[in-house]
Write a protein that binds this ligand. Structure first.
Ligand code: ADP
Ligand code: ZN
Length: 530
């Protein structure tokens, strides 16, 4: 029977202890539970690991009927249901991995009112068969997990989620609770609008993760840098390394394994069986490092992941924050480490240029990339920068890389002008475009084969950049790309072209403060090893 306000708390508290074994609610769990138990809708934004599941699991136990949980993570339903059954909760799932006999048993149990929770994939839920089934039993609530999947511009968009707004029409009296770890105001509005939750109460948790130490290093020999990072700071720890491609996952996993680190690959190109096997080893064994694409991690609940490393630049801060948020769910110190370089910027710019989306889609991608780049290039506190992005201002954290050793900035106007003039002259005088490496060779006056082949030693910009090292020039180019003062020609292979904004720099109308390259990771690591 629906509880009244006065009877709600003691009952919820009892269930919390007896079933879940926790002493108290975390954050605003109790408020959400109260709202839903009383039949109200809720939109819950909590970082990964914040404890979202309880917000619908408990109300489902208290309210009459079955809590229907919409989740896109078919691969994890079995685990979730197993975990609940172990606690004595009557849970089941319906998805495409089952045979029809098992599915029919679950359906019968639902109609007979024997289930507390039923997990369903969105595409399954929206079938006539499933909707009719739900009409035959009693639904206590609808929980829409990973609700940001409804956001068309987000990185996890699932078209089936768009159909879920019909739940409001078909079951107007059943409370709905949407949950996500993606927090920008924009995504929040989009979820509310597309899931017909405009009127509902919003519960927005703090996204601050004080136990995560953020660090972004300049990419050089990334494999070696990663190995050094793990060895010096996280030897024997469990961690996740995110890569952009399957091939890269394989390559890195093999490299780490060859160097004595227990690393396993995880990506969509592996068989379902091997993926499940690797995932289960990661969850159950100690000290496994998962080298994965972003296919891995949504819904993974492992408290002692000590580090999350990115060897390729993520597409957005939201994705990055969600991925790094998988570290340190137990509240103990953990590291979010990323290596980022010139190639990352060039590659992302090119990918956006080549993408098939319309203008709006492209603009959105550019904005997401720019936000990501500004996090990489900032000289201010990383955590402060991240939380600002989520509209949650904090003081400088005191333990990210920038807080610990504030990066120097320098007047890079003249250096920038040299780079831009080189690009300009090559195009104006020779009709040629080249990539970053060759531009740097020209500036540094290197008589490489390619320089001689094109007679680039006769350009006026040849040898005008002997004052800076290769690495320093890469830093300048990277920052020019990051700020859109230079871009990549999508018809060439990463060749550089000027932008509208380049002109002001060439004319000396702006002063450019650049971030000074940090000491190379290798040197830093050697130093800290003493
Ligand atoms: P999310 O879905 O937000 O990522 P989960 O619901 O999976 O987070 O919860 C994360 C972890 O926190 C789980 O191990 C869960 O058992 C634990 N947890 C949730 N609520 C509480 C609580 N009130 N007290 C202690 N632990 C909790
Ligand atoms: Zn900081």
């Amino acid at each position: 029977m629906p509880s009244t306000l006065s009877s709600f708390l003691p009952e919820a508290q009892t269930l919390l202890q007896q079933i879940f074994g926790y002493d108290e609610f975390r954050g605003f769990q109790a408020d959400v539970i109260e709202q839903v138990v009383q039949g109200g809708d809720a939109l819950v934004l909590m970082p990964t690991g914040g404890g979202k599941s309880l917000c619908y699991q408990l109300p489902a136990l208290i309210r009459e009927g079955t809590g229907v949980v919409v989740s896109p993570l078919i691969a994890l339903m079995q685990d979730q249901v197993d975990a609940l059954r172990e606690l004595g909760v009557k849970a089941a799932f319906l998805n495409s991995t089952q045979d029809w006999r098992t599915a029919r048993d679950v359906e019968d149990a639902f109609v007979a009112g024997q289930l507390d929770l039923l997990y369903v994939a969105p595409e399954r839920l929206l079938t006539d068969r499933c909707l009719n089934l739900l009409q035959q039993g009693r639904v206590a609530l609808f929980a829409i997990d990973e609700a940001h999947c409804v956001s068309q511009w987000g990185h996890d968009f699932r078209p089936e989620y768009l159909g879920l707004s019909m739940l409001a029409e078909r079951w107007p009296d059943v409370p709905r609770i949407a949950l996500t770890a993606t927090a920008t105001a924009q995504t929040r509005d989009e979820i509310a609008q597309r899931l017909a939750l405009e009127q509902c109460r919003h519960f927005v948790a703090s996204f601050d993760r004080p136990n995560i130490l953020y660090r972004i290093v300049e990419k050089q020999e990334v494999k070696r840098q990663l190995l050094d990072f793990i060895r010096t700071e996280h030897e024997g720890d469990c961690g996740i390394v995110y890569c952009a491609s399957r091939a890269r996952c394989e390559d890195l996993a093999a490299y780490l394994s060859n160097h004595g680190i227990q690393a396993l690959p995880y990506h969509a190109g592996l068989s379902t069986q091997l993926r499940a096997e690797n995932q289960s080893r990661f969850l159950r064994e100690d000290g496994v490092v998962m080298v994965a694409t972003i296919a891995f991690g949504m819904g993974i609940d492992k408290p002692d992941v000590r580090f999350v490393a990115h060897v390729d630049l993520p597409k957005s801060i939201e994705g990055y924050y969600q991925e790094t948020g998988r570290a340190g769910r137990d509240g103990l110190p953990s590291t979010a480490w990323m290596a980022y370089g010139l190639q990352d910027v060039a590659q992302h710019r090119r990918m956006i240029d080549e993408s098939q989306g319309d203008e709006r889609f492209r603009r959105r991608q550019v904005a997401q990339l720019d936000a990501m780049l500004s996090l990489c290039e900032t000289v201010a506190c990383r955590r402060q920068h991240l939380l600002e992005y989520f509209d949650q201002p904090i003081e400088p954290c005191g333990h990210c890389d920038n807080c610990l050793s504030p990066p120097e900035s320098w007047d890079g106007t003249e250096a920038a002008q040299k780079v831009l003039s080189a690009v300009y002259r090559l195009w104006r005088e020779r009709g040629q475009r080249f990539g970053a490496g060759h531009i740097i060779d020209i500036l540094r006056g290197k008589l490489t084969d390619r320089v001689q082949q094109h007679d680039h030693q006769s350009l006026s910009v040849f040898n005008i950049g002997t004052d800076l090292s290769d690495q320093a020039w890469r830093g300048v180019l990277r920052q020019l790309l990051a700020r859109g003062l230079l871009t990549v020609d999508h018809e060439g292979y990463g060749t550089l072209v000027l932008t509208e904004e380049s002109r002001a720099v060439l004319k000396g109308e702006v002063v450019l403060r650049l971030r000074r390259a940090a000491p190379s990771a290798k040197r830093a690591a050697t130093r800290s090893r003493g």
